[in-house]
Ligand binder design. Structure first.
Ligand SMILES: Nc1ncnc2c1ncn2[C@@H]1O[C@H](COP(=O)(O)OP(=O)(O)OP(=O)(O)O)[C@@H](O)[C@H]1O
Length: 699
């Protein structure tokens, strides 16, 4: 299926940050929401839930507050949204809408045409001049009508498929674009995760309805159902005239609407029961976590080692049973005598009364009775469909609001437009000055970093050392602008780091993370991804591999640079879809140290580029032997200097090997989330404090 390119004009403004959950005031029954996001969030609030929310995708209760929110969303974005979707495929969308209306008239025509045949048959038999020709003519007309109807149906279905397909592509494209734009602090927010989940459900609704979801393009079904109902009513009215028939008509309508009233009654009663409780929300969350744990490959070794299987299964089944008890269909929970009584049989008996009365009329024919019966049944069916569709549309409005709100999310680390400062390189590398930096991970009670103070001149080398959990990697993430800090200031090249656009800032850095990625692809791509612009340059990739002392390793692999690397199952999902994963294709596993060389080569792809001012390596050689480790640090030293020997890049590395730390110009000793000692190796040894003790213990 061909899809149009997503136009640049179809952009949603990125205009808000999600405020912390406890800062969200909630929306009272009468207050007007301030934005689509507010309306979306308010629709998920559980009554009396004290800040608890419906699970993502949970059916919104049909109440006054939600109706008002739905109206707000409809007024605020539905029309714009429909215009965007229409703009993707104007001709086909218009055709789809027209065909839906035309097709909604078919059932009434069908009934009418069948009535004609029955009447013709009746009169032919009654007149005792029965001939097959007339009947064959009528039957052929009916067959022709059905063939036309069938052709139109199949054309309409294939057209609808194209329209829904391009709409789905557009939504999915926008979603992926937005997901890639959002940064880690934004994506870590539970509300943002729920928003994105509902937005994904919205994309799925373009698969042609189902699962209680309705896309905005399906809203046309509401109108076509109304047209269908109107056409049935016109047909029924045309069959009846005078007060006698009017009475029959009223009785017919009453008996037709009876099931609807009853379904509304049980529907609104279900609604009250269906409002998910806090208990259900918690159980659902727990069930999902346990399910992910059970299916996760990365946790498999521990699950086996600690024999967690039974515990996971028991805990999951406990949570699952709670969720299922809320999902039980109405009939499973109906216990009253009225519920046990089969009302539908009574209703169909009532529906026969008007037919019997109609038979008393002298004008009644077998055909009119057939069409009457058919129209009434179709009317009931269409009414029922209308109710279900309306309920789905109600939910669809909120899923659409999730999509629209998610498109307006702004990455938390992006500076405001008027605060933005372009990054300018400084001779010699990046200079850094941190004052009073503190940071606490979301959901954590203890700060990971407290009052961090240090300065580094352009071109200097800093080694960060310290005990486990002392905050080294957290400080690295803050310096790399992957996470934000809560208090203090951090200047890079004399400018507040918060004023740089993170993407621009990142283009001046290269790094190896402690938990670096192992991509499920070839060696060439694993390395080349360090500088995607040069991913096709074999010589650049080979140079990076040489710098990381990985050339001998790559030469020993069966297909050299083209060797597909085997990664643990879960991690392979971190880079899906880049290459076709054939189960039979030969993949090659690597040792921990070999993977580390590949990660170093990836960092060297970028490190050597001019304009890259800061290299930050978090335990880059932890799995390497002593010889390889020395060679890597010599390479780093070489990269950081110009051919004439001047410093041109600032280097920060985190290490537990103090024999390598002493090579650095400055050393930061970290303890309990803060830098307790800072200076050169000699200065810290003279001080005879924590660093000196650690150094002596390690050599
Ligand atoms: N995602 C997280 N959420 C909450 N707390 C975290 C998270 N990551 C780290 N921490 C906590 O922050 C503190 C500092 O962790 P960090 O990883 O920075 O330590 P580290 O010095 O790099 O440790 P190591 O030497 O073991 O790598 C620890 O107490 C850790 O438990």
């Amino acid at each position: 299926m061909r899809h149009r390119m997503v136009s640049r004009r179809l952009q949603f403004p990125a205009d808000f940050h999600v405020s912390p959950r406890n800062a969200s005031p909630g929306i009272s029954a009468s207050a007007e929401p301030h934005s689509v996001y507010d309306a979306w969030l308010a629709s998920r609030e559980l009554p009396g839930g004290n800040g608890a929310y419906l699970v993502p995708g949970g059916q919104r209760a049909l109440n006054a507050k939600n109706a008002r929110l739905a109206l707000y969303v409809t007024q605020t974005c539905t029309l714009d949204f429909l215009k965007i979707l229409w703009g993707l495929n104007p001709l086909r969308t218009t055709l789809m809408m027209s065909l839906n209306i035309i097709r909604s008239l078919f059932p009434a025509f069908r009934g009418y045409s069948q009535a004609l045949i029955v009447d013709e048959l009746q009169s032919l038999i009654a007149s005792e001049s029965f001939t097959w020709t007339r009947l064959v003519y009528l039957v052929l007309t009916e067959v022709f009508r059905r063939v036309i109807e069938g052709c139109l149906d199949s054309f309409a279905a294939s057209n609808e498929n194209v329209v829904l397909g391009s709409a789905r592509f557009f939504i999915e494209y926008k979603q992926m674009e937005q997901r890639l734009r959002l940064d880690i602090p934004t994506l870590a927010d539970p509300t943002v995760r729920a928003l994105l989940q509902e937005s994904e459900l919205f994309a799925r609704s373009f698969g042609g309805g189902g699962f209680g979801m309705l896309s905005p393009l399906d809203f046309i079904h509401v109108f076509s159902l109304m047209t269908e109902i109107a056409s049935h009513i016109v047909l029924i009215v045309s069959l009846t005239s005078g007060p006698f028939h009017f009475g029959i008509l009223c009785l017919s309508i009453f008996s037709t609407l009876l099931p609807l009233f009853l379904s509304w009654f049980s529907c609104s009663r279900d609604q009250k029961e269906h409002v998910a409780s806090v208990k259900e929300a918690r159980a659902s969350d727990r069930q999902e976590r346990l399910r992910n744990l059970a299916y996760s490959d990365s946790h498999r070794p521990e699950i086996e080692l600690f024999g967690l299987g039974d515990w996971i299964l028991k805990s999951w089944s406990g949570a699952r049973k709670i969720v299922l008890s809320f999902e039980q269909p109405a009939y499973a929970r109906n216990t009253s005598i009225i519920d046990q009584f089969n009302l539908m049989e009574l209703i169909s008996a009532i529906q026969n009364i008007p037919l019997l009365l109609l038979l008393q009329s002298p004008a009644a024919s077998l055909g009119s009775l057939t069409v009457y019966r058919h129209s009434i049944q179709s009317l009931v069916y269409a009414f029922r469909n209308l109710v279900t569709t309306a309920r789905m549309a109600f939910q669809g409005i909120f899923l659409m609001s999730a999509f629209t709100a998610s498109m307006r999310l702004k990455p938390k680390l992006n500076p405001k437009h008027d605060e933005l400062v372009r990054y300018t390189s400084v001779l010699g590398g990046a200079s850094i000055s941190a004052r009073g930096l503190s940071y606490t991970y979301p959901g954590s009670s203890e700060p990971a970093l407290k009052n961090i103070n240090f300065s580094l001149d352009a071109g200097e080398t800093l080694a960060i050392v310290g005990y486990n959990g002392s905050g080294k990697s957290t400080l690295a993430k803050i310096l790399l602008r992957i996470v934000d800090f809560d208090k203090g200031s951090l200047l890079v090249n004399g400018v507040d780091i918060r004023r740089y656009n993170p993407d621009e800032y990142h283009s001046h850095l290269s790094a190896v993370f402690q938990g670096f990625s192992k991509f499920s692809t070839t060696v060439k791509e694993n390395v080349g991804l360090g500088n995607v612009e040069k991913i096709g340059y074999r010589s650049a990739i080979e140079t990076a591999i040489r710098l990381a002392q990985a050339d001998t390793l790559v030469e020993s692999l069966p297909n050299g640079l083209k060797t597909m690397l085997e990664t643990p199952g879960f991690e392979s999902m971190s880079y899906p879809g880049m290459m076709f994963q054939d189960e039979t294709s030969q993949r090659h596993g690597l040792s921990g140290g070999e993977w580390q060389r590949i990660a170093l080569a990836r960092a060297f792809m970028r490190a050597n580029e001019p304009g890259v001012d800061l290299l930050l390596f978090d335990e880059p050689t932890s799995a390497l032997d002593a010889l390889a480790q020395n060679q890597i640090f010599e390479t780093l030293e070489k990269i950081s200097r110009s051919p004439s020997g001047e410093r041109r890049k600032t280097i920060i590395f985190i290490t537990h090997r103090l024999s390598t730390a002493r090579r650095a110009d400055k050393i930061a000793m970290m303890e309990n989330g803060t830098i307790s000692e800072f200076g050169s190796h000699e200065e810290l040894m003279t001080k005879n404090g924590a660093y000196a003790a650690l150094y002596r213990a390690s050599v």
